[in-house]
Design a protein around this ligand. Structure first.
Ligand code: ADP
Ligand code: MG
Length: 239
């Protein structure tokens, strides 16, 4: 479904952030990504979605066999890619209910997700404006689930969310993935999400390159024990 093929991504100033990075995600596959701050995780997600000023200097990103390189963000969204951002934007003048209705006709579905994600009283507020960190994350999850993407890109979905709401989000997300058979790339620092999502493959992004492909739980335990230091020595590229 997704094939990131040896991409070199540079910042506007020309610094290389992703260095010949390759990653394949199959239909219905869930991949968990770890990596220290600044290793390029958010850059990878933004490059797949095409939301940034980054340049793909070399390589290509294919979705369902089609290159995304020259497509706009909305074209990529229409193909079935959805993103939950690490730092969700605030959108004044548009109510959460309005975007929900745009994404999903059926009010029953909208209110069901709003109820499950503790967002009912937020529906008539401007999207993410003055929401707390955790409320923004729940609002983002709400929107991406209503979008029903074939591929979900989740950038640290649980960061800033309290334990109780992580559990709620994890369960709702797991239910969605199972029901829809969507693929997902989930970036996590805390590893809390692993309790709720059954993923077989994890990987680590270090310095713009992938290394250490293994079971997510095993990678997480290793990182907790040894830090990221050892991960750099594992040279399993082209995953
Ligand atoms: P992560 O999500 O893994 O913490 P990011 O993808 O946000 O990391 O950033 C990767 C690296 O690229 C960081 O060192 C960051 O400072 C740098 N970077 C990100 N965006 C830009 C930019 N627009 N210009 C220059 N450097 C950038
Ligand atoms: Mg990031």
């Amino acid at each position: 479904m997704l094939k990131v093929d040896k991409i070199i991504v540079t910042s506007e100033e020309g610094d290389e952030i992703l260095k010949e990075l390759s990653l394949t995600i199959k239909d219905g596959e869930i991949v968990i990504m770890f990596g220290p701050n600044g290793s390029g995780k958010s850059t990878l997600i933004k490059s797949i979605m095409g939301v940034s000023d980054y340049k793909i200097k070399e390589g290509d990103i294919l979705f369902d066999g089609k290159s995304l390189k020259n497509l706009t963000v909305s074209e990529r969204a229409k193909m079935g890619i959805g993103v939950m951002y690490q730092q969700p934007p605030e959108i004044s003048g548009v109510k959460l209910y309005q975007i929900a209705k745009y994404l999903e006709e059926n009010d029953d579905v909208i209110f069901d997700y709003a109820e499950k994600l503790n967002l009912k009283e937020f529906l008539d507020r401007d999207i993410n404006v003055d929401f707390s960190g955790g409320e923004k994350k729940r609002s983002e999850l709400f929107q991406i689930l209503l979008q029903k993407p074939k591929l979900l890109l989740l950038d640290e979905p649980e960061s800033g969310v309290d334990i109780e709401n992580i559990s709620i989000m994890g369960k709702v997300l797991n239910e969605f993935l199972k029901k829809n058979g969507s693929s997902a790339l989930i970036i996590t620092h805390t590893g809390y999400i692993l309790q709720y999502i059954s993923a077989k493959r994890g990987c680590v992004l270090m310095n713009g390159k992938l290394c250490c492909s293994d079971e997510p739980e095993k990678i997480f335990q290793d990182i907790r024990k040894n830090g990221y230091e050892k991960c750099g020595k594992c040279k399993c590229e082209d995953q």
